[in-house]
Design a protein around this ligand. Structure first.
Ligand code: DMJ
Length: 663
């Protein structure tokens, strides 16, 4: 300090004035740019999430659509919802015809368990506070403090209600519908049940699953409450800061959730959301959207909701969106660009490459094909079928395995020699099988590519761990095997089981059973009971753990893939262990990701139950997929979205299986 002062004194007057002038300039510049800098931080932070989350997504920055809707507070009460009914648009309606929806009057979906009371605010673990995220505003931090204070106060009040539960985490008695026998201590009250179950449980939902179905509905209501209170009409809830995040500005969470609400029988919530779609949802806006994400979440969500409800509002919106996505396909190779401006009708690749991600261009087919069938306008199916034809003939595959990128100018694979079933390639494999099923099992190229790929997976990517012989799917990089598996790969047991159910080789089912066990272990072996985003498996026979998690891979984004596969495995085997595994996962989500006041959050560290490190983001797929698959897993009704009548798109939206081959 003294020496600085001395140096300062040694400067000439001119030098001192110059330094002071520069400092003043810096200060003014700092003040002027402060808002835009913080906004940019926000953007970067969103983008980091996006890259991590969307995996396969090298697309553009989330666009700053800072628009839209006012807060839900003060909105008029919702109109009464339609009855909870079977899909209004029959899956076997004639191919190519626009189906006149049947009246929603033939109950077949089971009613959800009736909620007896409003649950008090549920609490996450004590450490469910946000730690250092540069994108947070001071206001947000204050709110976090308030949340924590509320929580502490609430904890005092609620002490009596608590029981010690699973893995030592404290949960509320009414949350613990099925505590493990060893978990209840002292004189804690048993979980309250309905005084007379017959009064509250619809007869078609057999006892035994009711508690679990109700727990899913509770979780959905809690997530929805956060979204409604703090993010209504926006893309994603930031539950800790009680704010929202915008990606495309299309109400992603709301649209992703529509069919889930319908299936869960949440009529009021559905009606209110429908009202928003009718009055507020507009695609006529100058915004760049990602073709894949918008197709699977928004187009898929609208088509699915149309099928379930028969409400043409959703079909009209789907048509409008579908036509606005079409410019993406105007490329030299007919491989679509990743980004489309749905207002301007222009499209482009990400800024730094002319490549598209393989999974993205090959996982939009179910939706576009269905849109053509419903509208009798072939343009949608033509563009996506063309992509499949090109990829089918393309050199650069290895025994059916495909590279992760494809160039929009040349139509050739790029970054060859790297093969994964995880990020950027995953749903290519899923959609081969599901398109084949959607089209009535008539499109042989799809089947051929799928069967070849499963053989390729077996040959190059499947291995077993040294210690417990867990079967897993690793990655291949220029002939070098890497024992790394993304959680995303956990879609595979479900897809393999679906193939076997549709007559494909029985050994696909054997592999499904083994991989399902591994995905289960990816949850079970973590201290929070939640899987990390990526695991590495141990190939050494004599050495410790099967699963190794690197510090950078310890986050959990509320992803659905394991629950999705558990649903398929239960449907096809009726082995109740799959339900029990799912039940444990739901409790872990409740214990470590549930945010007081509403919403669930992604977390940073599944290995630290005392400080899981909430990330302040609830992905739309938590409501669109994860909770829907939980509900279907726990439902006893195989006719609830029968897998012989519907295919689920990669965002868990239901589309009918066609009665005859596509033209
Ligand atoms: C979802 O958007 C879809 O399931 C997609 O196929 C993969 N990523 C997320 C969920 O993890």
């Amino acid at each position: 300090m003294l020496s600085s002062l001395r140096k300062w004194k040694q400067l000439s007057r001119l030098q001192r004035s110059l330094v002071l002038f520069l400092l003043a300039l810096l200060l003014i510049f700092g003040l002027l740019t402060y808002p835009s800098v913080t906004q940019q931080w926000r953007g970067w932070s969103d983008r980091e999430d996006l890259l991590e989350l969307n995996d396969r997504d090298v697309t553009d920055l989330p666009r700053g659509v800072k628009s839209i809707l006012d807060d839900a507070a003060g909105k008029a009460p919702p109109p009464a919802a339609g009855p909870h009914v079977r899909p209004a648009v029959e899956p076997d309606a004639a191919a190519g015809a626009v189906v006149e929806p049947k009246g929603p009057n033939v109950p077949i979906l089971p009613k959800p368990p009736i909620k007896k009371k409003n649950s008090p605010n549920k609490r996450g673990p004590p450490s469910l506070q946000k730690d250092g995220n540069t994108s947070d505003t001071v206001r947000a931090e204050k709110q976090v403090q308030e949340v924590v204070q509320e929580e502490v106060a609430g904890e005092e009040e609620d002490k009596d209600k608590k029981i010690v539960s699973w893995r030592g985490a404290m949960i509320e008695a009414d949350q613990a519908t099925e505590p493990p026998p060893s978990a209840i201590v002292g004189d804690a009250a048993p979980p309250p049940g309905p005084a007379n179950p017959a009064d509250t449980v619809p007869p078609e939902v057999p006892t035994g699953t009711v508690d679990r179905l109700e727990a899913v509905c509770d979780a959905f209501r809690h997530a929805w409450k956060g979204y409604k209170d703090y993010a209504w009409g926006h893309d994603e809830l930031r539950p800790i800061s009680r704010s929202f995040g915008e990606w495309f500005g299309l109400g992603l969470t709301l649209i992703d959730s529509l069919d889930t609400m319908w299936i869960l029988g949440l009529k009021e919530e559905f009606a209110e959301a429908r009202d928003w779609v009718e009055k507020e949802l507009s695609f006529d806006k100058n915004v760049d959207v990602n073709l894949f994400e918008t197709t699977i979440r928004v187009l898929g969500g609208l088509l699915s909701t149309f099928h379930l409800t028969g409400d043409r509002l959703f079909l009209e919106k789907a048509k409008d969106l579908g036509s606005r996505l079409m410019p993406a396909f105007k490329t030299p190779s007919k491989i679509p660009f990743s980004d489309v401006n749905i207002g301007k009708g222009t499209a482009h690749p990400p800024r730094w490459t002319s490549d598209s991600t393989l999974a993205e261009v090959t996982s939009i087919q179910l939706e576009f094909r269905e849109l053509s069938r419903l509208t009798q306008d072939p343009q949608y199916q033509e563009v996506v079928n063309e992509v499949m034809k090109l990829v089918h003939k393309l050199p650069g595959k290895q025994d059916g395995l495909v590279p992760m990128f494809i160039n929009t100018n040349t139509g050739q694979f790029t970054h060859k020699g790297v093969f994964t079933l995880g990020a950027r390639a995953d749903s290519y494999y899923e959609y081969l099988l599901k398109q084949w099923i959607q089209g009535g099992k008539t499109e042989d190229d799809l089947l051929e590519d799928y069967l070849q790929a499963v053989d390729g997976v077996r040959k190059h990517l499947v291995r077993q761990t040294g210690p417990s012989k867990l079967t897993f799917v690793g990655e291949l990089s220029h002939s070098r095997f890497n024992p790394k598996m993304d959680h995303l790969v956990c879609f595979l047991p479900g897809t393999l089981a679906l193939g076997a159910h549709n007559g494909l080789p029985g050994d696909h089912m054997d592999l499904a059973v083994q991989l399902m066990e591994t995905c289960h272990q990816m949850y079970k072996q973590m201290e929070t009971g939640l899987s990390p985003e990526i695991v590495h498996f141990n190939l050494q026979a004599n050495d410790g753990n099967d699963v190794v998690v690197k510090p950078a891979d310890r986050h959990n984004l509320l992803r659905p893939e394991t629950v999705e596969s558990l649903f398929y495995m239960y449907r096809f085997t009726k082995d109740t262990k799959y339900r029990d595994w799912g039940w444990e996962i739901l409790q872990s989500f409740n214990n470590y990701t549930k945010v007081p006041g509403g919403g669930y959050t992604s977390i940073n560290n599944v290995r630290d139950p005392l400080n899981p490190g909430p990330r302040d983001k609830m992905e739309s797929f938590f409501l669109g997929e994860t909770l829907k698959y939980f509900y279907l897993l726990f439902s006893d009704d195989p006719e609830l979205l029968s897998l012989d009548k519907y295919v689920f798109n990669t965002e868990a939206h239901v589309l009918p299986i066609w009665p005859s081959a596509p033209k």
